[in-house]
Design a protein around this ligand. Structure first.
Ligand code: SF4
Length: 188
C-alpha cells in the first residue's frame, strides 16, 4: 500500500508508535483518549488555497456538519510546507469574526456615522457615480489629436477573492470604461 506523508504521520502516531510503546509496556490508553478529543475529530479535510495573495499557499480546511471548524497550513504542499503568514493563519477567524461586515456600509460626505445600506441602493450609487465621473472626465483625444479614450480620474483595485475568470471580466469592464490606473491587492 502507498502512504503519503499525512497517512504516514497518522500511522506512525497511532499504530507503529503505539505498537512499539505497548511492546515496551507503556500504557497508551490516555493518548488514545486524547486523540479522540481533538477538535478536528470526525471532520472532513478539504485542501484549499489561501485567497489573500499570489503565493497561493495550500490550506487544509476541516469541515464538520457543514461548518468550517479549523484551517491549517498543508505540510504536503511544497510551496508553504505547512506554514502560513499572519493573513493565512487568521483565515478561520475571518470567517467567524462577529465584526465581519455582511452588508454594505455607507458614510455620507462630511458625516461621522456609518449607515447600513442594501445591495440595490449601493450598486445604484456606484453605477450613478461612475457614469457621472466618466461623462465629466473621459478624454477622447490627446494633445496630438490621437484617440486615447482614457479616464484618468478613476482607479480600480482588484482582490485576491476573485478568481482568474472574474479578474478577466473586471479587467475588460474597467478598460471598457477607459480606466488606465489598475492594480491588485494581492501583488506581493
Ligand atoms: S497571504 Fe500568506 S498564507 Fe496566504 S498565500 Fe499569501 S503568503 Fe500564503
Amino acid at each position: 500500500m502507498d502512504y503519503n506523508r499525512r497517512d504516514f504521520l497518522k500511522v506512525s502516531g497511532t499504530g507503529v508508535l503505539g505498537l512499539s510503546l505497548m511492546q515496551l509496556g507503556v500504557d497508551i490508553k490516555p493518548v488514545q483518549a486524547y486523540t479522540a478529543t481533538l477538535k478536528t475529530e470526525g471532520a472532513r479535510e478539504i485542501v484549499t488555497i489561501c485567497p489573500f495573495c499570489s503565493v497561493s499557499c495550500h490550506i487544509i480546511a476541516s469541515v464538520r456538519d457543514g461548518k468550517l471548524i479549523s484551517t491549517e497550513g498543508d505540510p504536503e504542499y511544497p510551496i508553504n510546507e505547512g506554514a502560513l503568514c499572519a493573513k493565512g493563519a487568521s483565515l478561520l477567524t475571518m470567517t467567524q469574526n462577529e465584526h465581519r461586515l455582511k452588508k454594505p456600509m455607507y458614510r455620507a460626505p462630511g458625516s461621522t456615522k456609518w449607515e447600513e445600506k442594501s445591495w440595490e441602493w449601493t450598486l445604484e450609487q456606484i453605477a450613478t457615480r461612475v457614469k457621472k465621473a466618466r461623462d465629466k472626465d473621459l478624454l477622447l483625444k490627446n494633445d496630438k489629436g490621437q484617440t486615447v479614450n482614457r479616464l484618468d480620474s478613476m482607479f480600480f483595485i482588484g482582490t485576491s477573492h476573485a478568481d482568474n475568470e472574474e479578474c478577466a471580466l473586471a479587467h475588460q469592464m474597467v478598460r471598457g470604461l477607459g480606466i488606465v490606473h489598475v492594480d491588485h491587492q494581492a501583488r506581493t
